[in-house]
Design a protein around this ligand. Structure first.
Ligand SMILES: [Mn+2]
Length: 317
């Protein structure tokens, strides 16, 4: 792994940096990308942010829809992925990334595939914390825009500080960022309070159909495409559903399944004293010990059976 001091040195000596976010971009990817691009610009390095997916509207307080582009039409001296555990998650940009020699990977997922020339992977609660440390190493004075972007990753990847990935350092960095003028209130309001009527409807319907297994230690909810169509909610609006499930008394493993297309599913897994990374591994997925994800191609009931079996193998008493 590249040392953070070397990483900072390398990046400020680059002429231009193309920063890539994973598909289905979340607050940590968006915050990492925007903060790093702003900091690089303050150092006189050209930097742009790209994502092969829609940027959720709620991130407009970061001006994300303007700052993040979908099409790339120029060359850069290096290519950098943030918050992205595996290259496939760059979507249509994966190939461009593979075909370039000067690549960087800044991430916090333990399952990260170290797919770049320079890999910087540290298991902090959010990748924005890694980016914050890097920005300090680059000797950039963090301004309020950078601070708000970084707060976004910390707050969203910790589920509004509710997950037990929060460490003293996480809170210390958050405090530092608020002192730099970061807008904590907006971050929490736009990510955890504000929702559309459509999302509220989908939330209610989904939670009314939660299924419990193994004496309530496993709770599972599923959002079918038909549910999205009926309620008019957007796929990304299911974010946060899993956190609600984890608050149910007695739940050790929470699963939220989304039907992506016919016979193709995505599952988000959360654990409470249970290694859900190991469960996701069974299906070729991964993430963190207590928060992971995977995909499955095939019949829904077949997926359910296999998932129930895999969970049973790892479930804590
Ligand atoms: Mn993240």
């Amino acid at each position: 792994m590249i040392l953070i001091s070397q990483l900072a040195k390398n990046l400020i000596n680059e002429e231009s940096v193309a920063i890539f976010l994973h598909i289905r971009p979340d607050g940590d990817a968006i915050g990492s990308g925007i903060a790093l691009s702003l900091a690089l610009k303050l150092k006189g390095v050209k930097a742009d942010v790209y994502c092969d997916d829609e940027i959720p509207l709620r991130f407009s307080y970061l001006n994300a829809e303007t700052l993040i582009k979908k099409e790339i039409d120029k060359k850069y001296s290096c290519y950098l992925a943030v918050d992205c555990a595996d290259l496939g998650r760059l979507g249509g940009f994966s190939e461009l990334f593979i075909n370039n020699k000067n690549t960087y990977n800044i991430d916090h997922h333990i399952s990260n595939g170290r797919y770049a020339k320079y890999n910087y992977v540290v298991d902090n609660a959010s990748n924005c914390e890694n980016v914050f440390e890097l920005i300090k190493e680059m000797n950039v004075e963090t301004d309020s825009r950078v601070a708000t972007a970084l707060i976004t990753g910390i707050i969203t990847d910790t589920g509004n500080l509710k997950h037990n990935n929060v460490k003293a350092e996480t809170v210390a960095r958050l405090s530092e960022l608020v002192r730099y003028g970061g807008d904590l209130h907006s971050v929490i309001y736009y990510n955890f309070s504000l929702q559309s009527q459509e999302r509220a409807l989908l939330f209610g319907q989904t939670m009314s159909k939660i299924k419990y297994y193994y004496d309530g230690r496993l709770a599972m909810a599923t959002v079918f495409k038909e549910d999205l169509e009926r309620t008019n909610a957007k796929p990304y609006e299911t974010e946060g559903f899993i956190d609600f499930i984890m608050g149910i008394n007695g739940v050790k493993v929470g699963v939220c399944i989304m039907e992506l297309e016919k016979n193709k599913f995505k599952a988000s897994l959360r654990g409470n004293d249970t290694d859900v990374n190991a469960i996701a591994n069974v299906f070729g997925g991964g993430g963190h010990i207590l928060a992971a994800g995977c995909q499955y191609k095939g019949d829904y009931n077949e997926f359910l059976d296999k998932l129930l079996y895999a969970v049973k193998q790892h479930l804590a008493d």
